[in-house]
Design a protein around this ligand. Structure first.
Ligand SMILES: [Zn+2]
Length: 56
């Protein structure tokens, strides 16, 4: 077995500006976690794509 290729992840600069938010799925009401630098998140329950309304 030769499956021990440990690729080091590039140490990207940590975007400290991104913070986790929560959005409510308009379809089923589930509370979803979305990062502030993401535009949308898919609901884990009903697969609805919830767009973050966070226009700063
Ligand atoms: Zn949902």
């Amino acid at each position: 077995m030769s499956g021990s290729q440990f690729k080091e992840k590039p140490h990207c600069a940590v975007n400290s500006a991104a913070v986790p938010n929560t959005v409510e799925c308009p379809s089923c009401g589930a509370v979803l976690e979305i990062w502030s630098d993401e535009d949308e998140v898919r609901c884990k329950d009903c697969n609805t794509c919830v767009v973050q309304k966070n226009a700063i």
